[in-house]
Design a protein around this ligand. Structure first.
Ligand SMILES: C[S@@+](CC[C@H](N)C(=O)[O-])C[C@H]1O[C@@H](n2cnc3c(N)ncnc32)[C@H](O)[C@@H]1O
Length: 314
């Protein structure tokens, strides 16, 4: 049977076109996303303010019903409600909250429900944590350490916050691990790290699949540069480790070259990498790493130890 093109003259004028339908569907989807995010923002505020965990009655008050766009706290958040552009310019003047100094930061809002925030400082940082997969796998391995993800994109940060909140709720009555040592903040790691962390505070910093900024004129936006390495050396303790992984060989070479040239870092051996549990977790658990895996790409790892300060710098 031969196909004939419909005569545009014969299409009834009042029939909605595909474009109109799509626009309506888009509007509905936008409304759902907005409603979902507003509800989650209220829940987040409640959890931050009324920590440790809001009583069940208050939670059900804040969630009117359980249709598609009204979240259930026990459910992990859905990524499609947190859509955001793939990149955020680290040099833009984002409206970011940051403490004037590390001692003015109130960590109990990031880690509610645990006494850890009162007697321990953050020790492990995942810089540009994306959707938070690394922290979620690292958390149970270091239950006595506070782990922080720093992420520049608003909605990605909110997704991670909601993911952690749901995990805490899901594991609330577990006798063991409860995800209360992992947390996330929105921040630009290229600008404000010393506002969050004291000198020599961190023992591990992760840079997993950082944005590659391929063009030469954009290299200055890369998260590893000489200047930034000095800042990372300041917040890392002696013997602390910088972990890097990427699927972009050119970026791997760039990071290795800059770290090799920096007087306060020394590369750790492949043998060390093969015995370190964090390398294995970093290799397998980040969302970006899993994407690379699905696309059968390569992953390049390099880890560097923070050396002692030379005597004349003390
Ligand atoms: C390619 S993604 C990788 C995410 C995650 N590490 C992973 O492996 O799945 C890079 C992430 O770094 C974030 N990012 C880029 N520059 C940043 C900065 N200056 N401070 C904090 N986060 C940043 C981006 O928003 C993005 O989520």
């Amino acid at each position: 049977m031969s196909e004939t093109k419909p005569d545009p003259q014969k299409i009834p004028q009042n029939q909605p076109s595909n474009t109109k339908l799509t626009n309506k569907q888009n509007r509905n989807a936008d409304t759902k996303r907005k409603l979902y995010r507003e509800t989650m923002e209220n829940v987040r505020k409640q959890v931050r303010i009324e920590s440790p965990t809001p009583p069940p009655q208050q939670q059900s008050d804040s969630i009117a019903s359980t249709n598609e766009s009204t979240p259930d706290l026990m459910e992990l958040p859905r990524k499609r409600f947190y859509r955001q552009r793939a990149h955020s310019n680290p040099f833009s003047d984002h409206r970011l909250d940051y403490p004037t100094s590390p001692s003015t930061m109130d960590w109990s809002t990031i880690y509610p429900g645990t006494s850890l925030a009162h007697n321990r400082k953050v020790e492990i940082a995942d810089i540009g944590c994306g959707f938070g997969g690394l922290m979620i796998d690292l958390g149970p391995q270091f239950p006595d350490s506070l782990i922080l993800g720093m992420e520049i994109r608003v909605q990605v940060t909110q997704y991670v916050e909601d993911r952690i909140m749901a995990l805490r709720k899901l594991h609330e009555s577990d006798p063991g691990y409860k995800y209360d040592n992992i947390g996330v903040i929105r921040g630009n790691a290229m600008k404000f790290l010393p506002n969050f962390f004291h000198k020599s505070q961190l023992s591990k910093m992760f840079f997993c699949f950082p944005d590659p900024h391929f063009k030469q004129r954009k290299h200055k936006a890369r998260i590893i540069t000489n200047t930034l390495l000095s800042e990372y050396a300041y917040v890392l303790k002696e013997g602390g480790v910088i972990y890097t992984i990427t699927d972009v060989e050119d970026l791997h070479n760039w990071m290795v070259q800059h770290l090799d040239q920096h007087p306060l870092f020394e590369r750790l051996s492949k043998e060390w990498e093969s015995q370190d549990k964090c390398v294995e977790i970093m290799y397998n658990s980040t969302e970006e790493g899993q994407k690379v895996e699905r696309n059968k790409g390569s992953k390049f790892v390099a880890c560097f130890k923070r050396l002692p300060n030379p005597d004349d710098c003390e």
